[in-house]
Design a protein. Structure first.
Length: 169
């Protein structure tokens, strides 16, 4: 299970890296073609937008898994450790719920969205919007994984607020 988690985390990370590189590449190419050659590609902005949306949605799941979401990290410095642990658990439960909602409603949106992107060879819009259910499933899985880690820590007698990523006053 840990090997699968590690491989999935690396795959998502490298996919995000590729999306960021694609965004920069598409943007630079489009700007060069528009400014210097006076012949902008008709697909440049669309591909940049698609790469941006995929990057953000996949990085959301990755940030939850790595406990790097900005949820309420600053507040943890000002509340007792026990309260910080409870707040972190609450956020993780909300992430799981949000992930499940994104799966359900994202799939509905992807199935119902009409049309194609003519600039991408008439690629159906539903293919590109499928990032919603995919990222929703990843968000829910990441939230469940973090909750399971927290539950194991509580069973060992650790207080969540005393762990490395949550500081006590």
């Amino acid at each position: 299970m840990r090997a699968l988690d590690f491989l999935l985390g690396k795959a998502i990370t490298w996919t995000c890296v590729a999306m960021l590189a694609a965004m920069v590449g598409f943007t630079l190419y489009t700007v060069f073609m528009r400014s210097v050659m006076n012949d902008p590609p008709f697909w440049g902005d669309t591909l940049t937008l698609v790469a941006n949306v995929w990057l953000v949605m996949l990085a959301f799941a990755l940030s939850i898994r790595e406990r790097e979401s900005i949820a309420m990290q600053m507040i943890y410095d000002y509340v007792p450790a026990r309260v910080a642990g409870l707040l972190e658990t609450l956020w993780n439960l909300l992430f799981v719920a949000a992930g499940l909602m994104i799966v359900v409603y994202g799939y509905e949106v992807a199935e119902r969205i009409p049309g194609t992107y003519w600039e991408l060879g008439n690629a159906p819009k539903r293919w590109l919007v499928m990032v919603l259910p995919v990222s929703g499933a990843l968000v829910a899985a990441a939230g469940l994984r973090v909750l399971a880690e927290d539950l194991r820590a509580l069973r060992r007698g650790e207080r969540l607020g005393l762990r490395d990523n949550i500081r006590e006053i």
